[in-house]
Design a protein around this ligand. Structure first.
Ligand code: UDP
Length: 245
């Protein structure tokens, strides 16, 4: 890695340890230079998945930046006495890069989410980011992944936003990032939020580290996914013991 960002490793995942604005400057500069850049945003659920799936762990180890997305990662870093400064979420990066792309007439490709979400997203982009060039948009329920890769190769966007959920989006990016020198980032449910199909937690909940609870209340079907958090914390406690021992 050529950048000078501080990193902190927790359970074999090396997170950037910086603040949002500093990180944003770095990725804007890299996108401007057309450096090939892969960003993964990791919450405890994804960290646990990586621990259990070596092939996924390998994929994300190849990323240029892994951001701590989720208060559970910040808490884990504190438990291990290697505190990480700040939570950096995919959605915040997405919004900031859209603003920057709009101001600087950059281009972007969007892949992911349901067809109706992509339609709504198109309308939001046209009204809120009129100077951003749309290289292409495709929903995330495709049979022919090659035609999407071909379109990205052909249009050479400055940024590729992949909102297919983990681990699918990272596998897609790792497989195709060589086709286009630009920014590639996995964004989970961000298209649903920006298009207005799901709501992000209000600021109060986010500031009080309760975004996970807000999402659970609005979408109770997420409960089984949250059940891995105690398992993640158990691994952290074990890591703490072995660091002490
Ligand atoms: N998704 C997709 N293709 C798939 C499976 C999921 O495009 O084969 C989309 C889904 O529609 C949603 C996003 O991926 O927009 C995943 O959202 P989720 O809330 O699971 O992600 P999180 O924000 O929790 O990472």
């Amino acid at each position: 890695m050529t950048d000078k960002l501080k990193r902190t490793a927790i359970l074999n995942i090396s997170y950037i340890n910086t603040n949002f604005n500093h990180f944003l400057n770095i990725i804007q500069e890299r996108t401007n230079d057309r450096s090939n850049t892969f960003i993964v945003t990791v919450n405890p659920e994804i960290a646990y998945y990586a621990h259990e799936h070596p092939e996924y762990q390998k994929i994300i180890s190849g990323a240029d930046f892994i951001t701590p997305d989720g208060i559970g990662i910040i808490k884990a870093s504190e438990m291990l006495n290697t505190p990480i400064q700040e939570r950096i979420t995919g959605f915040d990066i997405f919004k900031a890069m859209l603003d920057w792309g709009n101001q600087n007439h950059k281009s972007a490709y969007f892949v992911g989410a349901k067809p109706n979400v992509i339609e709504d997203l198109k309308a939001v982009l046209a009204s809120d980011y009129p100077n951003l060039k749309i290289s292409g948009m495709h929903d995330g329920y495709f049979d022919d992944e090659q035609s999407i890769a071909d379109e990205i190769k052909q249009t050479q966007p400055d940024m590729v936003f992949a909102a297919l959920g983990s681990p699918k989006q990272e596998a897609f990016i790792a497989k195709y990032r060589h086709l286009n020198n630009g920014l590639w980032i996995g964004l989970g449910g961000s298209f649903d939020v920006l298009s207005g199909n799901t709501k992000r937690a209000p600021k109060f909940w986010i500031n009080h580290h309760l975004e996970w609870l807000y999402r659970l209340i609005s979408e109770p079907s997420r409960l089984p996914r949250l059940m891995v958090i105690p398992k993640y914390l158990k691994l952290i406690r074990k890591a703490k013991k072995s660091r002490l021992g």
